[in-house]
Design a protein around this ligand. Structure first.
Ligand code: F6R
Length: 645
């Protein structure tokens, strides 16, 4: 049996793995991990074929395996990998669900894999979401039987949900459970809401293979990418086996490998606090991380940490290297102190040796990139206002239209407004009434998740553009500094976007070459696996690479802020901009200009708070953390990490 992955790092041999109860391989990026998994699957198919045997694969849907499927399709097309001997059993399907529906797993599998390979359609099995309730039990029994008749699953591919589910085996599932109908957890439905536009549309039930069915597979590979998975991955690999995290049952499987990217591995002990499991390489960054962690663990500010605190927590080698805890404490305290500045564009005529930004030139050209039309004010509204008030030439580059996140009824409201205004102005007869009727009808007839027409998309874009302009006017920016870049990758009209290409990069290159900024601010969501922020950032990096020899680019500082969803760890921060209570209120007002995202957003993610609340909680939390470390106490702080290219 080809177990390509397992040869890398056998379980139990290395000291730093001592908390891990599941064989785990970490790759720098999801792409590299996916290639390795695809290679193992391909090797298995070929080996079975060489012995004239069927190859029985258990498959998953979701974002985790998509790159593996793309690679298998490539191998089929370019290397002649044949799927003639392959039988597949998908883990699950929503219930009820029509196979042609946009959200069905039948459609997912066709689009990602089956339509592009030479598999015999009779060999494809996916739980049937169209059955009557009373038919489900028999269907599930047969599903198990069909797997058994083929000799069992040779390999089961898995993702993991934030609840710790595998398949749709939610918390409470029994380790011996078989294929059956289940009720989905609220968190799982929240996570699926993007595909169904609103949570209320997500089915409450599903048919899933059981934990027991998965455990019977001869080999299991679970993939997890991105920081959103880091917590549940750490619980699954290092935690006690229990039915509240069904994936922990995999600790009992004799041939399982977890394949992670670095972001998903971030909370494993060997990655998060390596000093607790092995001797560690003490880079400056690692020391900062360790000291912040030690303060949190002991509840002490930096300057009160003692030799004993360090020694008791796996850091005695660090104390020996420095001579005493006092030396480490002072050094780290000063480093953090120097990240704080009220002058994000640099303080004119000041000694800038220990400041995050240069004093010169005193008036800088600044570009703030905002992936969606509201990220500028949500994530760095206070800094944005300061930069403008301190006399810098601030430009905002809105990277995408954000049109997918506007409710349909808003479109009708604005089309109606347009019609009535034109009536008032006496400019009827230019199609505005028709437009109103047209969009009203289109929206009434729209299927769940169906693409909007060009007109509806344009109205949605204009609604968001108007809000961004209102926020910029509130800050005091003239219209000439608001740039709506409409990067093409975003304009699919669907939740799923295209990958970015040369056209997207060109938009950014042309824009930046026109402004030649001294500072660039960008949303640094480094490991968001399928979000727009990640794509927007990659496109900025590609543009920077293309211009790295431009004289102005060599002088340009790039600052990364975090998007609407999370904040930098203290150890990552290179600049913090404190906000007074008044400044925080002003920032809130700027966020309020984004009315289409207020009260309830189309894509709220898994956080029930409104965007302004999340933003304030984040900023006040950063301030509290600085305070607890023994630095000055502020109301709130916006945090930035410098990207060095
Ligand atoms: C999909 C399935 C689920 C997903 C899990 C992770 O068939 O059974 O268990 O694997 O919800 O989803 P993604 O990969 O989208 O993060």
């Amino acid at each position: 049996m080809p177990e390509i992955l397992i040869k890398h790092s056998p379980l139990g041999l290395r000291e730093e793995l001592r908390f891990e109860k599941i064989h785990t391989v970490i790759f720098p990026k999801a792409y590299e991990g996916s290639m390795q998994v695809a290679r193992e699957i391909a090797a298995l198919i070929k080996e079975k074929e060489a012995h004239n045997k069927p190859c029985v694969l258990g498959l998953a849907t979701g974002s985790s395996p998509t790159t593996v499927y793309n690679e298998l399709v490539r191998m089929h097309k370019e290397e002649g990998l044949s799927f003639k001997n392959v039988h597949t059993f998908n883990l699950d399907e929503y219930y009820p669900m029509q196979p042609n529906s946009l959200q069905s797993y039948v459609r997912f599998m066709d689009e990602f894999l089956f339509n592009h390979i030479d598999i015999d359609r009779a060999n494809i099995h996916i739980p049937d979401g169209t059955l009557q309730t009373e038919e489900v039990f028999d269907f599930c029994q047969q599903y198990e039987q069909q797997i058994t008749n083929l000799g069992g699953l040779d390999l089961q591919v898995l993702g993991i949900g934030r609840t710790g589910h595998i398949g749709f085996n939610e918390p409470g599932s029994h380790p011996n459970s078989g294929t059956r109908m289940v009720t989905l957890d609220h968190i799982t439905r929240v996570d699926a809401a993007d595909d169904f536009i609103e949570i209320d549309n997500v089915p409450r039930k599903a048919i899933t293979m059981g934990v027991g069915s998965i455990m019977k597979a001869k080999r299991v590979i679970l993939m997890a990418w991105g920081e959103g998975k880091a917590s549940i991955i750490a619980k699954t690999i290092e935690g006690k086996q229990n039915d509240l995290v069904p994936a922990t049952f995999l600790q009992n499987h004799a041939n399982v490998t977890f394949v992670l990217d670095e972001a998903a591995s971030a909370k494993l002990t060997r990655v998060n606090t390596p000093w607790l499991v092995a001797s560690c390489t003490w880079s400056e960054y690692q020391i900062k991380r360790a000291v912040v962690w030690l303060c949190q663990k002991t509840g002490k500010p930096i300057l009160k940490l003692t030799d004993r605190d360090y020694n008791d927590n796996g850091m005695s080698d660090l104390v020996s290297a420095y001579g005493s805890s006092y030396e480490i404490n002072i050094k780290m305290f000063n480093q953090l102190q120097h990240t704080i500045t009220g002058w994000p564009g640099g303080k004119p005529n000041a000694d800038d040796t220990n400041r995050p930004e240069r004093a010169e030139p005193a008036h800088k050209r600044v570009v703030i990139f905002s992936p969606h039309p509201d990220d500028d004010v949500i994530s760095m509204g206070g800094t944005f206002i300061r930069l403008h008030d301190q006399g810098h030439e601030v430009h905002v580059g809105y990277q995408t239209s954000g049109n997918i996140a506007v409710f349909d009824d808003e479109v009708i409201r604005f089309a109606d407004f347009n019609k009535e205004l034109n009536k008032f102005l006496g400019v009827e007869g230019v199609g505005t009434s028709d437009l109103y009727e047209k969009v009203k009808k289109e929206i009434a007839d729209k299927q769940l998740g169906e693409q909007d027409s060009t007109e509806v998309r344009e109205i949605k874009s204009l609604i968001r553009e108007g809000e961004a302009k209102a926020a910029c006017r509130f800050v005091g920016l003239p219209e000439s500094r608001m740039h709506f870049l409409n990067m093409p990758f975003y304009e699919t009209g669907k939740v799923k976007k295209d990958p970015f290409g040369s056209k997207d990069v060109k938009v950014l290159v042309d824009f930046l070459r026109k402004i030649k900024p001294h500072q660039i601010y960008a949303a640094g969501d480094l490991s968001d696996p399928h979000g727009t922020h990640r794509v927007c950032l990659d496109a900025i990096f590609a543009a920077i690479k293309e211009m790295k020899n431009d004289y102005w680019m060599q002088e340009c500082y790039v600052w990364l802020y975090r998007g609407a969803w999370q904040e930098w760890g203290i150890e990552d921060i290179d600049m913090t901009v404190p906000l007074s209570p008044d400044e925080l209120r002003k920032k809130r007002k700027a966020i309020f200009k984004h009315q289409s995202q207020k009260d309830s957003a189309v894509f709220p993610g898994n956080d029930a708070r409104e965007f302004w609340q999340r933003s304030e909680d984040r900023n006040t939390d950063t301030a509290k953390q600085y305070d607890k470390l023994g630095l000055a106490e502020y109301e709130a702080m916006e945090a930035f990490k410098r990207y060095k290219f």
